[in-house]
Design a protein around this ligand. Structure first.
Ligand code: GLN
Length: 237
């Protein structure tokens, strides 16, 4: 079995260690005997159509606009999704896969329309740890991550919130992220898949036609526990 992973626009979209999402996918697939080939696609290159999992990270406001324009002109990601590809898009990437997002002046910019979501600029910047309980449909443990974004996101009926926010801002309405088919959008950095290996395994299962074998606990589980503990209020007395 093999997996083709496509890392979209590392020159524009890769903040707070989002590249770690690529590394953890590679590692958890290889530990199960799945061969992995990863392609890094810079913003002046065509997006290949044959990927199984496409990953996008976060970005500053201006690089985000440029990335959205180039991805729309390229059309490759939309074609790959139409052919059944799996997608994880983080923060700026999450906003880009929606129908529109606000630029630095909150003017609406067109996104890729891969999920029914619209983002604009919120009143406050969401910065810090985020904890969220995942939609029971997906059967995943509590999400932990780091967020830093001005954007707030509203979902249309076909997109389901990925999780309910317990700590932090997420979409800005008590929910965090979105999923639709094999597409996941989230505000979580951390990187998201390192802190949430269950989410990495879900993407691998979707892309390979799953299910995937359980892996033994690792340092990533200790990281999860440490970060979740850091958000709990200190005991009094
Ligand atoms: N520019 C976007 C915002 O502020 C995304 C930020 C990010 O990707 N960290 O909402």
């Amino acid at each position: 079995m093999s997996l083709r992973v496509v890392w979209i626009y590392p020159d524009l979209l890769s903040t707070y260690g989002d590249h770690g999402n690529v590394l953890i996918l590679e590692r958890r697939a290889r530990m199960r005997g799945i061969e992995v080939e990863t392609v890094h696609v810079r913003s002046d290159e065509r997006v290949p159509l044959q990927g199984d999992i496409y990953l996008m990270g976060g970005g500053e406001d201006r690089p985000q606009i440029l990335a959205a324009q180039r991805l729309r002109n390229d059309g490759g990601l939309n074609k790959a999704v139409a052919a059944g590809a799996t997608v994880l898009a983080v923060c700026a990437g999450y906003q880009i896969i929606g129908q529109e997002f606000g630029d630095d002046q909150d003017r609406p910019m067109p996104g890729l329309g891969l999920i029914e979501a619209r983002s604009g600029r919120g009143q406050v910047r969401g910065v810090g740890e985020i904890v969220a309980e995942v939609d029971t449909q997906l059967g995943l443990p509590t999400l932990t991550g780091f967020e830093n974004h001005q954007g707030v996101t509203r979902l249309g009926p076909s997109a389901r919130p990925l999780a309910r926010t317990v700590v932090g801002v997420g979409n800005g309405d008590g929910t965090e992220g979105a999923f639709y088919g094999k597409i996941v959008g989230t505000y979580l950095h951390g990187p998201a898949l390192v802190r949430n290996p269950g989410l990495a395994d879900l993407l691998i299962a979707w892309a390979t036609g799953g299910p995937v074998r359980q892996l033994p606990p690792s340092w990533a589980d200790r990281l999860r526990e440490e970060r979740l503990a850091a958000t709990r209020p200190a005991p009094t007395g």
